[in-house]
Design a protein around this ligand. Sequence first.
Ligand code: ACM
Ligand code: ZN
Length: 662
Amino acid sequence: MVEKDFLHFCLSMKLKYANAGLALLLGFLLSACGGRQESWVVPQPQKVEFGRGYFDAGPLAEHSSHFRKQLDTSLHQPESYRLRVERDSVILLAADSAGLFYGQQTLQQLTRSDGRIPVVQIEDAPRFAWRGFMMDVSRHFYDTAFLKKQIDAMAVLKMNRLHLHLTDAAGWRIQIDAYPRLTEFAAWRKGALWKDWWFGSREYAEEGSPEAFGGYYTKDQLRELVAYAAERHIVIVPEIEMPAHSEEVLAAYPELSCTGVPYKHADFCPGKEETFVFLQTVLAEVMEIFPSEYIHVGGDEAGKAAWKTCPRCQQRMKQEGLSDVQELQSYLIHRMGDYLAQHGRRLLGWDEILEGGLAPGATVMSWRGIDGGLQAVRAGEHAILTPGSHCYFDTYQDAPHLLPEAMGGYLPLEKVYAFEPVPDSLSLQEAERILGVQANLWCEYVPTPEHAEMMIYPRLFALSEVAWTKSELKDWNDFHRRALRLCQTFEAAGYHPFDLANEFGNRPEALASITHLASGKKVSYQLPYYPGYAAGGDGALTDGLRGGWTYGDGRWQGFIRRGRLDVTIDLEEVMTLSSISADFMQVCGPEVFLPAEVVISVSQDNEHFDTLAVHTHEVVRDSQVRFEPFAWKGQAKGRYVRYQARSGQYGGFVFTDEIVVR
Ligand code: ACM
Ligand code: ZN
């Protein structure tokens, strides 16, 4: 919203433009009612003091003398503003145009349905400079109308970076004049749904052919999008993946891979000079479209396998004195960093760019936890934190059986809200090099705009408050109240947020600990658990703590060695037993399966075991997240309880959380 429209926008509410931003304003006006003066503003401002009474915006709308809005350079912090609403005046002072814009956003959220604005004094400024959201437009293509709608929502939430994941195996999404096959061919795949395509042919198609699904943005569309975002103080940060996640490029231009064979590689060949010509030419065209300081070059998840035997790669390593393929990746990223720096830009990449040595001046986007980001700031560089644990919105936000299929995981609103990006272990200077936080929506399992919005909202409300509001001012209960209201506002404006009012919550078993005959008893492992899923170690299966909706919550213990769990619990004395039970979970994407066979047995001397139960189960791959108990019930005596479970035809992990003995 440009400044000249301020009065109309805030007061006369003449809705001049039909866009989602105004629809959101309308939503606020519809939902903001009620007597008590509570703040409904998201994200929570740093300082809010309500007074008595209201500024009646309606009748005063024509009298602009009651409104003052100006820059005030004594406000030191970028993007900060002060808002003073009295009964007869509204004064908005801001450090810069972004501050004015955010002051307006706050004023809109304060304005009630009858046009009244409560008397209030607000002082506000963001905690972090980078308040980001990433949209993956490769796995499923989203048009610019959708992106503008999300930009409108980001503006309301005072978020300021939209990162577009523009390239990946599933489709190239940006017009590049020098390489037309990227949009004639690499932008189109044989399969509308990512899942069918990825687990099917993984082939690309010619644009316009009946089997082609996908799309791309023209340069004009992107320039318009950049301008639209800039009007809302949002910078669009483009990501071009390298050296990996590039199957689509290497199908269109196979000569850029190590062997030159199409449909064989995900990684560019960094041994070939043509690769650098390609990447720099693409980045040159990208920089013409996007004025952002940062250009994201991906850098994640490179397999690097072909580099180990490719003569060109080996020659490059020898020439440059590189000791392994990690350093070869680092060489490529260094060169890209230099190239971007020559053009006045800075390189941003996923935390793998640390491997083999971080390029000077590069900024790390930390996704595999926050450690990569911390490593970067300790080394004097900058970081943006987007750990999968708190910022990956491709996960379930409620009970999986109530939601469409997702990537897996469980990230409810409360957990996003609880994210604290700056650990105490950092010095003040190191902490200042954490630029901010970002949420990412990967879209493998997100095929429609409605579905995408359900995944984004209200979780982005929580992330906006993590990014904007000082941690000591955060209050989950108060935020939850405001988030419920904001969901209504968003719905009224045509968005499709998750139904927060009817949130089911975590797996009921996980909510309280239990005690049983084996509680705290020693567990001997005939086969070890997987160290990455230890769930606290040797005591996990008798600690009384049950797992929630995801095996990643630190309560599920994972077994992959020979596909087996095989443990014995020592009850310390012979006891009369009536049931022995353990729950298992299945989520097929990450290869976690219910067991194909379970054997439960008991012994008095730990040598001679009597089999109590043998269960066989047909493991079926499907898209459900499943939880099932495998139990024995009856009458038996024993001191040693042995529980064995083995995986079926797909191998993978078996996970259980507790062996309950009664
Ligand atoms: C990523 O999730 N591979 C950055
Ligand atoms: Zn090579």
